[in-house]
Design a protein around this ligand. Structure first.
Ligand code: ASP
Ligand code: MG
Length: 440
């Protein structure tokens, strides 16, 4: 079986829904399980609706959401009353709701996927594909009660497998939502439809989980910066995660974890350019290595802060490192990278926000602290990056062009190298490396 997940833009209007249906119909032999996001913009509109206190504003917001979907029904020539139950339930909810807790918010936003799944299900039917729209809880998506950021219960995958195997038609499942054991609607966190697809794909041991978007896949670098950038055909999960962390907004790696743990590959594809093969993300870096080029892709991130701490305490052992990490952990500050020397430690924080006061003063008690917000991080991934000489050649290309490199960190498994350059040199460095290693 194959999971085919379509994002908000892919189900954004009648025309794109028709493209989605054509893609699904051409894949019937692979026994697809379709997962959909809400129509683009609808989740945000529902959140706004849920948070509005004025009654007239609420009615207006509701009408807007209704109009968006009615237009799609009309353009697809589907039954205009198809969504009446959902519209009524939503109207009821908005009328009754007084308190805006997370539970209520999840109930509100669940309508996005419930509406889009019905539309796609009906559009497939109209094309002659036997299909059925199903809220995820009907195929076993049972979650904990962490509203707004729920996780499926350990018993959920087996249930999903059982329910899906019993289906006779193509299911169109709502992404992003589930229910607790007690029957309360939950959501899996923003962008959670990819997570739904990964959970289902892992549960049924799909041959592949396809994530259909409005981009061709992971690119060798940002094509706005380097017009010769091209699609990366294959990446290991670790590489995709590094690229995503450093700015490639193709997918959120955390949501892919269930798939990677189950060894199910994830393929990124473009609904609007379905002939393109996209990027295949495989779980096993060692498997992929052989076919890889030296450098497969690179990206950069400018919103970082570098913190250097110099202290004689470093000579005294590692306790100070533990203290530093504790301090960051206590105030939920994420550290993306770290470099250690005998007398100092340098940390890269993945934001431009000022360091929380307590963290700064805590660090100042440990040593001399300098904070540098003028650097950018560049991340390079590839199957042979730890081959002798690769890193050296890379840095000599940069140094020759007077781009000074700092804080080089190499992933121990050898799939990436990250380093810092001055912010103003970031684009130039990316262009130069792309030219030297990828465009050639
Ligand atoms: N509709 C939800 C969101 O916008 C989930 C998703 O699109 O994946 O966050
Ligand atoms: Mg969305």
């Amino acid at each position: 079986m194959r999971v085919m997940k379509f994002g908000g833009t892919s189900v954004g209007n009648a025309e794109s829904i028709q493209a989605v249906c054509a893609i699904v119909r051409s894949a019937l032999k692979a026994r697809p399980v379709v997962v959909v996001s809400a129509v683009a913009g609808v989740t945000n509109a529902l959140i706004k609706l849920a948070k509005t206190t004025s009654a007239t504003e609420r009615v207006r917001a509701q009408k807007g959401i209704r109009r968006t979907h009615e237009k799609i029904l009309k353009d697809l020539r589907l039954d205009p009353t198809l969504l009446e139950n959902e519209f009524n339930e939503l109207a009821d909810l908005s009328k009754k709701t007084k308190k805006q807790d997370k539970k209520t918010l999840d109930h509100f936003v669940s309508f996005g996927e419930r509406l889009s799944a019905q539309i796609v299900g009906a559009a497939l039917q109209k094309m002659g594909v036997s299909s059925e729209a199903l809220p995820a809880w009907e195929i076993g998506m049972i979650t904990n009660d962490e509203f707004g950021d729920a996780t499926p219960l350990p018993a959920s995958p087996a249930l999903i497998k059982k329910k899906i195997s019993a289906l006779k038609v193509v299911p169109v499942v709502t992404g992003y939502i589930g229910k607790t054991r007690k029957g309360r609607i939950t959501t899996l966190g923003r962008g959670g439809s990819d997570y739904t697809a990964a959970i289902i794909g892992a549960a049924i041991h799909a041959e592949v989980i396809q994530i259909w978007k409005e981009v061709d896949g992971f690119m060798t670098t940002d094509p706005r910066l380097v017009p010769e950038a091209r699609i990366v055909p294959e990446l290991a999960f670790e590489e995709a995660s590094e690229l995503a962390y450093f700015g490639a907004k193709v997918l959120h790696p955390r949501t892919m974890l269930p798939a990677m743990k189950a060894g199910v590959p994830v393929q990124i594809l473009n609904t609007f350019n379905p002939k393109e093969k996209g990027t295949m993300i495989v779980s096993n870096f060692n498997e992929r290595k052989k076919s890889s080029r030296v450098i497969d892709a690179l990206t950069y991130r400018k919103n970082i802060t570098v913190i250097h701490i110099y202290s004689p305490m470093f000579f005294d052992g590692n306790k100070i490192i533990a203290d530093i990490f504790d301090l960051f952990g206590d105030y939920n500050v994420n550290i993306g990278d770290i470099a250690l020397s005998v007398a100092s430690v340098s940390l890269v924080m993945d934001s431009n926000e000022p360091l929380p006061r307590q963290v700064r003063s805590g660090l100042q008690k440990m040593g001399d602290v300098t904070i540098d917000t003028r650097k950018a991080a560049i991340c390079v991934v590839g199957g042979s990056i730890n081959t002798a000489g690769v890193a050296g050649r890379m840095f000599s290309v940069l140094e020759k062009n007077r781009i000074h490199v700092e804080m080089i960190a190499q992933a121990s498994a050898g799939y990436s190298i990250t380093f810092l350059v001055k912010k103003k040199d970031a684009e130039k460095a990316v262009k130069m490396l792309h030219k030297a290693y990828i465009s050639v």
